[in-house]
Design a protein around this ligand. Sequence first.
Ligand SMILES: C[C@H](O)[C@H](O)[C@H]1CNC2=NC(N)=NC(=O)C2=N1
Length: 101
Amino acid sequence: MTELLSTETRGPLLDPLFRNGWTMVEDRDAITKTFIFDSFVAAFGWMTQVAIWAEKWNHHPEWSNVYRTVEVVLSTHDVGGLSAQDAKLARKMDSLLSVAS
Ligand SMILES: C[C@H](O)[C@H](O)[C@H]1CNC2=NC(N)=NC(=O)C2=N1
């Protein structure tokens, strides 16, 4: 079941992401990261791969794309803040980078 991250689980799940370029959104329980690719095709190809995982996990990003930049915000509206699903999708986004450039 999806639930809000507890105080104890935040560190272990979020600290590795903070070390990897993710930051907290101001005034909101959400994480954000800006990805910059070599080209629009690389950006869109990465988004396409992420979209397949998002559908599979029924957990979807808030994101926008301008040319080769993708701005991502992750949060779980169903619980009103961050859940383990957000950390999982963030890790997947980072791991898919290696095949996107
Ligand atoms: C109805 C549907 O299951 C929900 O809206 C799901 C879909 N994808 C979702 N994605 C995200 N990021 N947060 C959610 O709370 C969420 N909820």
